[in-house]
Design a binder for this molecule. Structure first.
Ligand code: ASN
Length: 504
């Protein structure tokens, strides 16, 4: 068997079901890889070695007994972002606040993965409570980009993206509020999809901003992402925002896309997502992607979305408002950290000491901003106005989709930047989500698929593909077509050309 950590999830599942390898062998190979490289990459906050091997052994046993595979990904390992709970496995959300906490239940997505016999290797690093674009806001230290260990892997889901790019796992789960799946995918040369808002259950996901948060699949290629999408998608009675409709048939859509034909498809280039603030190498790669789409038969149209320029401002009122409310539950009374507890201390003192020490600076910044935006007398001016802008952005998308089947833009305005470069400049950090936030505010599905390496930095660039709400199938079809063309020219996906890491 070739190196198991270099194989796709689909080919691993096939090899396991045909008896060419076992879930235990595959899991062990990935645990070995983690042991060899994760000291440098630091994608994982917790590796569940024994648990993963026990799960793999029971999957192999089921297969030996002749039972059909539980899913198209049975026996394949996965890295789980440490903001989804798994019963009995430490879950921190990248915060000191939850250090040592063992959740008493599984998130619905965790449960679906386990039921599908996907092997959960461990929990991946993230910016604290998913606030950030570089994973440097983690209370447990940054993750490093496998393409260049001096660079950030994006955020907040930098751990999941880096685990894929470092061949520590073929599949990963992310969450995306303003870009946390797409931007890390973009800067690590991997694939990440944010489903339509409500497409995947959020039960058991630690909430950041409830009107925006969405769980999604990540992998090194489009087919693996689609296979994972179908495993985790679907209605959940435990999440009242989840959509009660069949899971989109994204695997079939990928198969359609492999024909490398986009004739009849109209692809919209968003005028506002391609100008100032975008790195030269990113724009070049994007323009080449547009040419590729034309070559593949698509008709390119330029679409105008005038309100996108206000998206970042609206997001940074809506998100802090919602997170100041959601994070009120970390009050030292229920779970996690508790500082200054003594018979003489009042509940308010314990609460304030705990929140003062438990939250990092970015989390505090957003809670303060949100509490202010929601306060009496300011609510209409700030939160209310932001909600109105949100409606205008949604209307821009609606108009654009009367002219095009999908919209495209760069997923991230820049390639991976140096660790430390933007930590003291929150505005510079927020600008990383310039291209991803409009889709988040509108609740539409959007994904990042690698478009190659930037000519100026030789680092990965991601192409964002956005579809109308519930339009995952056309989104995946276009992504698969684009990827198939890349593979036909380069002999593999972008992640395959990541540099070798030094192993311990
Ligand atoms: N959570 C996210 O989607 C990340 C985004 N960069 C933020 O800081 O809000």
């Amino acid at each position: 068997m070739s190196d198991l950590t270099r194989m796709t999830a689909a080919s691993l599942a096939a090899a396991i079901s045909q008896g060419e390898t076992t879930a235990v062998e595959v899991t062990q190979a990935h645990l070995d890889r983690i042991a060899a490289v994760d000291e440098d990459v630091h994608a994982f906050l917790h590796v569940s070695g024994a648990r993963a091997l026990a799960q793999a052994a029971s999957i192999d046993q089921t297969r030996r007994e002749g039972a059909p595979a539980a899913s198209a990904l049975a026996g394949v390992p996965l890295a789980l972002k440490d903001i989804l709970v798994q019963e009995g496995v430490p879950t921190t959300a990248g915060s000191k606040m939850l250090q040592g906490w063992l959740p008493p239940y599984d998130a619905t997505v965790t449960r679906k993965l386990l039921d599908a016999h996907v092997v959960i290797l461990g929990k991946t690093n993230l910016d604290e409570f998913a606030m950030g674009s570089s994973t440097e806001n983690s209370a447990y230290g940054p993750t490093r980009n496998p393409w260049d260990l001096t660079k950030i892997p994006g955020g907040s889901g930098g751990g999941s993206a880096a685990a894929l790019a470092a061949f520590e796992a073929p599949l990963a789960i992310g969450t995306d509020t303003g870009g946390s799946i797409r931007q890390p995918a973009s800067v690590t040369g991997t694939v990440g999809a944010k489903p339509t808002y409500g497409g995947v259950s959020r039960y058991g996901v630690i909430a950041l901003a409830s009107s925006l948060d969405q769980v999604g699949p990540c992998a090194r290629n489009v087919l693996d992402t689609a296979l994972l999408h179908e495993v985790i998608g679907g209605h959940d009675p435990r999440d009242s925002t989840s959509i009660n409709r069949p899971v989109p048939q994204v695997v079939n859509a990928v198969k359609k896309g492999q024909s490398q034909d986009l004739s009849g498809m109209k692809i919209g280039v968003v005028k506002q997502l391609r100008g100032a603030g975008y790195q030269k190498g990113v724009i070049e790669s994007f323009d080449a992607a547009v040419e590729t789409m034309t070559k593949l038969g698509a008709e390119i149209v330029e679409v105008d979305c005038p309100h996108f320029q206000y998206a970042l401002a609206a997001y940074y009122l809506i998100l802090p408002s919602e997170c100041s409310s959601n994070l009120a539950r970390f009050d030292a009374m229920r779970y996690g950290l508790r500082v200054g507890d003594s018979p003489a201390a009042s509940a308010e003192e314990v609460m304030s000491l705990t929140r003062g020490q438990g939250f990092g600076p970015e989390v505090k910044r957003r809670i303060i901003l949100g509490a202010y935006a929601l306060s009496a007398g300011y609510y209409d001016a700030y939160y209310g106005s932001a909600q109105k802008v949100r409606t205008l952005i949604r209307q821009d998308f609606e108009t654009a989709y009367t002219q095009a089947d999908v919209l495209i833009s760069p997923a991230s305005p820049v390639t991976a930047f140096a660790i430390g470069e933007k930590v003291n400049d929150p505005m510079a950090m927020y600008l990383n989500d310039l291209a991803t936030i409009p889709g988040s505010l509108a609740g539409i599905p959007a994904m990042s698929v690698p478009s190659g390496l930037a000519s100026d930095t030789q680092l990965p660039v991601g192409l964002q593909i956005m579809a109308p709400a519930l339009g995952e199938e056309v989104m995946y079809q276009v992504a698969a077509t684009f990827e198939a063309d890349y593979v036909s020219r380069h002999g593999g996906v972008v992640a395959d050309s990541a540099p070798e890491l030094e192993t311990k």
